[in-house]
Ligand binder design. Structure first.
Ligand SMILES: [Fe+2]
Ligand SMILES: [Fe+2]
Length: 166
């Protein structure tokens, strides 16, 4: 498996493009995830770095599901800082459910592996654990990216996203 930065970037662009072209995916650019990072920048970073991690560790996985599931893991489509806009007061616990509902609406061919990635990325805050390696990877990378976003000002660059989305 080719783990050079150029191979990872090319593979990421190929896998991410169809999801990024879906109309409501762009709405994630309107919402702040952490600090000054938008939700779209966040999910692009999580999906790109998840792919980079499995390639670097030479893990055999479903890269297509990894990238699409990671891009949709926070597809809840509201400003969680706005208590009027958020559907409930328990965003940290319930947003995987809202993200999964939106993903199922917009991507009727969503797979069980992609559902696992979305539904269980907040483990252990949400006590149901990931069932597939890909979902475990996204859960770990999500936590790392979220931590960086809280403490760094706009940490993700175009280069890091493979030039896609942000
Ligand atoms: Fe999340
Ligand atoms: Fe996230």
């Amino acid at each position: 498996m080719d783990s050079t930065p150029e191979a990872i970037r090319q593979r990421y662009e190929e896998l991410a493009a169809p999801t990024l072209a879906a109309p409501r995916v762009a709405l994630m650019a309107d919402y702040v995830q952490h600090g000054e990072t938008t939700t779209l920048e966040h999910v692009a970073a999580v999906s790109y770095l998840s792919l980079a991690l499995v390639r670097t560790l030479n893990l055999t996985c479903n890269e297509r599901a990894l990238v699409r599931g990671a891009l949709l893991h926070d597809y809840y489509l509201y400003d969680w800082h706005d208590h009027q806009a958020a559907p409930d007061a328990w965003h940290g616990f319930t947003h995987p459910h809202h993200a999964l509902r939106n993903a199922e609406q917009d991507f009727p061919d969503l797979t069980n592996l992609e559902r696992d990635i979305i539904a269980h990325h907040m483990f252990p805050l949400v006590p149901s654990p990931p069932r597939h390696m890909e979902a475990f990877v996204v859960s770990l990378v999500d936590k790392a990216c979220s931590t960086v976003e809280v403490f760094a000002k706009r940490p993700w660059s175009k280069k890091l996203h493979g030039g896609v989305a942000c």
